[in-house]
Design a protein around this ligand. Structure first.
Ligand SMILES: *Cc1c(COP(=O)(O)O)cnc(C)c1O
Length: 379
């Protein structure tokens, strides 16, 4: 096995595309002006670059440019969407609905609102990880102001039924927030045409830079700012805009969408090859539906081995994770796998494989051989 581990953790983050690094390069040094400094030429030039990036992102998502609010990433976009919408609709109602398998960056803002006196419904998912729209329909009430359901799960890759959810929200007059951090750049999506009111995404999940993302806010939707200051982004998110990161975000989305279809096709084949190889080893079960699912994700539980021994063995050859990158620090078993009905032990002995641009067929074969050897030792 090669010294460098095979990187199969593209749901945690992706490497920044060299063309994106190149597009950002002059903006850290020479072209450093603040895009809000519209009183001089360097500032106007920076403003033009931000405008062009905004237009390019808007075209890719089929949204009006002014509906885009730049943030530091999907965590901040989710916080702005959830807290900002609820604060703006305080007089209308105080009930929020979300799903047990959401990212912590959705669940924790919702729990924060619950501590402030909101009522929170956390819907379960079926064993395949999918939300049943009938359960959402049943949970909706006259005081429901917000429903937050992700597009693609960051651990098990399953795709939630966004159109059905949007239709239910519209019928009940609730806003629909969707954390699409794992979907954007991997599949074409037009959030406003789908009926999504608030839509979060993040650059580093599609070969862009870390520290930049955005929230799409449907036209005329009331939203209370969560960061106050200089009034940037129409007052919805203050703070000096990062020209390099914004240009990087737009360049990355363009490049990621340019090969999204062929990438999904290629990685889907490699993922299926990985899954059929693992299945043959025996005692390995799939977490989450195989369809509908991101082509580049696989998540399995391994029977008959201890989770921590499994992962310390895996570390010697692979860069993979158990739960999400965010929850692995806590040592707690994945709340997503628990929500699918897995035991704590099964959840601990689970592996998430996130394939990406750099993944080759050779790597998948090496991965299978490595796991085969490891399990022979551990079992
Ligand atoms: C990565 C991720 C986030 C957090 O995004 P950051 O930009 O790192 O804050 C939120 N939600 C999902 C589904 C993610 O995959």
């Amino acid at each position: 096995m090669a010294a460098a581990p095979i990187y199969l953790d593209h749901q945690a983050t992706t490497p920044c595309d060299p063309a994106v690094v190149e597009a950002m390069a002059p903006l850290w040094g020479e072209d450093f002006a603040n895009p809000s400094s519209r009183g001089h030429r360097p500032g106007l030039r920076a403003a033009l670059l931000v405008d062009q990036a905004r237009e390019s992102l808007a075209a890719a998502l089929a949204i009006p440019p002014h509906t885009l609010v730049f943030t530091s990433g999907a965590t901040e976009a989710n916080n702005l969407a959830i807290k900002g919408l609820c604060e703006a609709r305080l007089a209308k109602g105080r009930h929020v609905i979300t799903v047990a398998t959401e990212h912590r960056a959705v669940l924790d803002p919702c729990r924060y609102l619950e501590r402030l006196g909101f009522s929170l419904t956390v819907l379960p998912v079926a064993a395949d990880g999918l939300l049943d729209p009938a359960q959402l329909e049943a949970a909706m009430g006259p005081s429901t102001v917000l429903v937050s359901v992700m597009a693609a799960n960051n651990e098990i890759g399953v795709l939630q039924p966004l159109e059905a959810i949007a239709a239910i929200c519209r019928r009940h007059g609730a806003a629909f927030h969707c954390d699409a951090a794992q979907l954007v750049g991997h599949q074409l999506i037009k959030p406003l045409e789908l009926g999504i009111d608030l839509f979060s995404f993040s650059g580093h999940k599609f070969y862009g830079p870390k520290g930049i993302g955005a929230l799409v806010v449907a036209e005329d939707l009331e939203l209370a700012a969560q960061i106050h200051g200089g009034g940037q982004e129409g007052g919805r998110r203050s703070g000096s805009l990062s020209t390099p990161l914004i240009v990087g975000l737009a360049t990355a989305l363009d490049l990621a969408l340019a090969d999204a279809l062929s990438r999904a096709q290629r990685l889907g084949q490699l993922r299926d090859q990985l899954w059929s190889g693992l299945e043959q080893l025996g005692g390995i079960c799939l977490n989450g539906a195989l369809k509908p699912r991101l082509a580049h994700n696989l998540n399995v539980s391994v029977a008959g081995v201890d989770g921590s021994r499994l992962h310390s063995g895996l570390r010697r050859g692979l860069a993979v994770s158990g739960g999400s990158a965010c929850s692995s620090a806590s040592g707690e078993p994945s709340h997503v796998l628990i929500a699918l009905g897995r035991s704590r032990q099964e959840a601990a002995a689970s592996v998430r494989f996130g394939l990406g641009r750099s993944t080759t067929e050779e790597q998948i074969k090496e991965t299978l051989a490595f796991i085969n050897q490891l399990l022979a030792k551990l079992r």
